[in-house]
Design a protein around this ligand. Structure first.
Ligand code: SF4
Ligand code: SF4
Length: 212
């Protein structure tokens, strides 16, 4: 039952654009539907969910199979709810809670590659303006650190992901920080850039997008 409840939570059905074409079916370009063949191949076997590392520690995570279905309907040109879908998928326990472990890609017998569909949903959500969430902040902090110094600044990654002005969440991380200090594993307080970091910046510029 949890598998089906997760599927239902992403509304795996079309919300048709209106008005419905009079006397005929909706027509969409072949290329747009070919893009969805991979997700339509899902046989709901559940293998991906059973091996999902995020689901193993958080039973509320929507999971790979449901999110592959979510992409299938979000990217369908006949659907009228794209923006609303992306907004709800940007909430906690959905697209940003995947940890990129790749288990779902490896386990799927039909080549659905749920992780790839989750990454597409993330891009669509960011492009649609859904950026005020921990997942986007985490991705931004990660990319900015690599762009500016050539390496990851582990000291600032968590505070930036939580939101620098989210005092309550910041305070909750203090016990973990003290544990790191006690274990001698606190990242360096001064973060140094790698030599020739300008080359990294040039790569970001060339790629373009939000971090150029
Ligand atoms: S890549 Fe993400 S969705 Fe796929 S199994 Fe890992 S945590 Fe789960
Ligand atoms: S493993 Fe593949 S076919 Fe099975 S439920 Fe997951 S996505 Fe669908």
């Amino acid at each position: 039952k949890p598998f089906w409840n997760k599927n239902l939570s992403v509304k795996p059905w079309l919300e048709n654009k209106q008005p419905v074409p009079a006397g005929e079916e909706y027509r969409v370009p072949n290329a747009a539907m070919e893009e969805l063949i991979q997700e339509v191949s899902c046989i709901s076997c559940g293998a991906c969910l059973m091996d999902c590392e995020s689901f193993a520690v958080n039973e509320n995570f929507t999971g790979p199979a449901a999110l592959a279905k979510a992409y299938r309907y979000t990217a369908d040109p006949r659907d009228a709810q794209t923006k609303q879908r992306l907004g709800s998928y940007s909430e906690p326990n959905v697209i940003w809670d995947c940890t990129h472990c790749y288990e779902c890609v490896q386990q799927c017998p039909k080549g659905v590659a749920p992780l790839e569909q989750i990454l597409k949903l993330r891009k669509m959500a960011v492009d649609a303006g859904y950026t005020h969430n921990a997942g986007t902040r985490h991705a931004d902090a990660f990319a900015e650190s690599v762009r500016d110094s050539g390496r990851l600044n582990e000291l600032t990654l968590l505070p930036k992901s939580l939101g620098l002005f989210n005092i309550f969440a910041q305070l909750q991380t203090l016990p973990g920080a003290f544990n790191l200090i006690r274990a001698g594993k606190l990242p360096p307080l001064i973060h140094h850039a790698i030599p020739h970091v300008q080359r990294i910046k040039d790569i970001f510029k060339k790629i373009g997008g939000r971090f150029k």
